[in-house]
Write a protein that binds this ligand. Structure first.
Ligand code: ZN
Length: 327
């Protein structure tokens, strides 16, 4: 999700990065890239960049290296086609089983706390921060912070503490990440696995989109210090978790696709040319109606700035739940 001030530059060397980095800047100017240039970009994951620009004077494109794996137009078309196919599949299944689609969902949550050692600086956060994060999710997804209510609530099932320096930081796209998730992931498609840790590339978090076939990579990775009470200045109210879970529930960024086309696939989030950072006033980057949705959880603004999902996003998440994650 948002940016994070320039911390931990020690981690910038040697980390796996990112053929994905150029996607957003290209998409933002409406250029349709050659598919081959993006073949390495996974369509089922979304990584969030850190804040390398702590002031507002950032030249367009200056943050390209830190940008996430924004999906290409081709990838969103493929994902939308898959959603339609999954919905048809599930409708047939339900008709046979006499089962209705769900309208309210309680999501079991398993939180894996990846620690370097037993110290607070090494990732050993108190349970209270995790409980606060669950409360933040429940507030956000119930509309309690000012947005639309969604179908979702969250119930903490387990806190799993793991001390393993080999998984600290969690390096996005690494074999260590795969090994960690393969070892730790619990539950079925409906179980939200959250991995907390120090993260590579100054990232705040990343998430997988839902897929028809569950695999062990499914889940969200969140910077430990982005939890409520953490040390990630401007990003320590828990909205990284809210944003990443939005992806896990099939939401795109509000700036997906820029000003053109179907954007984020949701009609009530005005089009936005590129991510918004910090908390700009009156930003309006597309000629289509509406100011940029900078207060939406699926933009990149500060935690203090974002407080809502829209009704369209709530509907999109529930549709995807019934297509992909419902039992
Ligand atoms: Zn994101």
């Amino acid at each position: 999700m948002g940016l994070r001030p320039n911390l931990l530059t020690r981690r910038t060397a040697g980390v796996a990065s990112t053929t994905l980095a150029l996607l957003l800047s290209t998409a933002a100017v409406g250029v349709v890239p050659a598919a081959s240039a993006f073949s390495a970009a996974p369509a089922d994951a979304c990584a969030e960049p850190a804040d390398v620009h702590s002031d507002a004077r950032v030249k367009a494109g200056a943050h390209a290296k830190q940008e996430p794996n924004e999906l290409t137009a081709k990838e969103t078309r493929e994902r939308e086609a898959d959603l339609a196919a999954a919905l048809r599949e599930r409708a047939n299944f339900r008709a046979g089983a006499g089962a209705a689609a769900l309208a309210a969902v309680t999501i079991p949550v398993v939180v894996h706390v990846i620690q370097e050692d037993g110290t607070r600086a090494g990732g050993n956060i108190p349970d209270s921060m995790i409980n606060s994060q669950i409360s933040v999710l429940n507030e956000a997804y119930s509309g309690g912070t000012g947005g639309a209510a969604t179908a979702f609530s969250f119930q903490l099932q387990k806190i799993n503490r793991v001390t393993n320096p080999a998984w600290y930081p969690i390096v996005q796209g690494s074999s260590a990440e795969r090994s960690m998730k393969t070892s730790l992931r619990e539950g079925g498609k409906n179980t939200l696995n959250v991995y907390l840790g120090e993260l590579s590339d100054d990232l705040l978090g990343w998430a997988t989109f839902p897929k028809r076939r569950l695999d062990s990579m499914d889940g969200v990775v969140v910077l430990t210090e982005s939890l409520p009470g953490g040390t990630a200045t401007n990003y320590n109210q828990g909205d990284t978790g809210t944003h990443e879970v939005g992806h896990w529930l099939n939401l795109y960024h509000t700036f997906q696709g820029g000003c053109r086309g179907s954007g984020d696939g949701v009609s009530d989030t005005p089009a936005e040319a590129e991510p918004a950072y910090q908390c700009p006033t009156g930003r309006d980057t597309c000629t289509a109606a509406g100011l940029d949705p900078i207060t939406n959880f699926m933009d990149y603004t500060y935690d203090t700035c974002m407080y809502q999902f829209t009704a369209g996003q709530a509907e999109r998440m529930l549709t995807a739940w019934n297509a992909y994650r419902a039992a």
